[in-house]
Design a protein around this ligand. Structure first.
Ligand code: PRT
Ligand code: ZN
Length: 283
């Protein structure tokens, strides 16, 4: 049995549970228990505060965990980042009052910076050879400059609206973060085997999300050109249509190339283009 720690409630909770479900793992957390056992996969799930997850994994109370990279790096525990999960994206940034003159990091020399990310902020200032006083606070960091507690802050930002409503401007990015799967060092062979199985399933889910299944009709004289635009996993599937001189083409398109590919297909006389989401993709 592999024990995984995920956030009990908060920004990563829903996506963490959804990911497990998409991996075909039934998580029953109806009563908000602190732990539960998956019904159809050798996984025990612990629901914890995100800040505690690296410690629990380090202490081998849990074998693996899902946590923000920001927390992983701030707690600085010797555990391994095994997979970037692509959700919970944010950045840790320095921000100053909107009207403060700011040209470079030098403007923070000797200033007071409020943050909950003391370790990462200090490291960033050291790396940039800036001397500033770090004021550790546990929450509502964004109000610190407004109440005279600090000259600047270092906090997580996603849309930027919290900074905006508090009359702050983002001036430096300390770190880009997303949810990550972490694992303790020295997992047993059995646990490692389950972890690899979990990672394979996560991979299938992620790859599927990054790809779309595409079906279209094309005149036969364009098939070669269309195949060149649509490499698919190996080569597109081509099936003749009842109408003479036409074929149906099926393939997979990467999300990143999607619109470009569609435009090229239109130029190549493709018709009736259908794009379908893929649930799982096993490479
Ligand atoms: O109770 P527990 O301790 O488990 O949760 P928590 O309240 O400490 O954390 P939570 O649920 O707020 O965040 C969990 C994780 O989500 C963080 O560690 C990040 O990895 C990730 N994440 C992604 C964020 C944000 N985006 C985010 N925007 N965490 C916090 N914020 C906050 C930020 O601190 C600021 O107050 O949202 C505000 C800024 O948002 P914008 O959109 O206005 O810029
Ligand atoms: Zn927390």
């Amino acid at each position: 049995m592999l024990r995984i720690a995920i956030q009990k409630s908060g920004r990563l909770y829903e996506e963490s549970v959804r990911l497990l479900k998409e991996c075909g793992i039934q998580v029953n957390n109806g009563n908000k228990q602190l732990k539960t056992v998956a019904e159809n996969f050798p996984l025990e799930i612990f629901f914890l505060r995100d800040d505690d997850i690296p410690q629990y994994v380090f202490d081998a109370v849990a074998d693996v965990g899902i946590v923000g990279e920001n927390i992983l790096l701030e707690t600085n525990k010797e555990i391994e980042l095994v997979y970037r999960l692509g959700f919970g994206k944010c950045r840790l940034s320095l921000a100053v009052p909107k009207h403060m003159k700011y040209d470079s990091l030098k403007d923070l020399e000797g200033k007071k910076i409020a943050t909950t990310y003391v370790y990462l902020t200090q490291q960033f200032l050291d790396d940039n050879k800036i001397n500033a006083e770090i004021h550790s606070i546990s929450g509502s960091v964004e109000i610190a400059p407004g109440i005279g507690l600090a000259d600047a802050i270092c906090d997580l930002v996603s849309s930027g609206s919290t900074l905006f409503t508090n009359n702050l401007k983002e001036v430096e990015t300390v770190l880009h973060s997303e949810a990550v799967l972490v694992a303790g060092k020295g997992l047993s062979e059995e646990k490692n085997h389950i972890l690899q199985k979990l990672i394979r399933r996560i991979n299938a889910v992620k790859t599927a999300k990054n790809n779309k299944y595409i079906l279209l009709n094309a005149p036969n004289h364009q098939l070669k050109n269309i195949a060149a635009v649509l490499p698919g996993s190996k080569a597109p599937t081509i099936v003749p249509l009842a109408e003479e001189g036409w074929s149906s083409v099926q393939s997979v398109v990467n999300e990143n190339d999607f619109w470009e590919v569609i435009e090229k297909l239109k130029e190549l006389e493709a018709q009736g283009i259908l794009v379908v989401p893929i649930e799982k993709m096993i490479m």
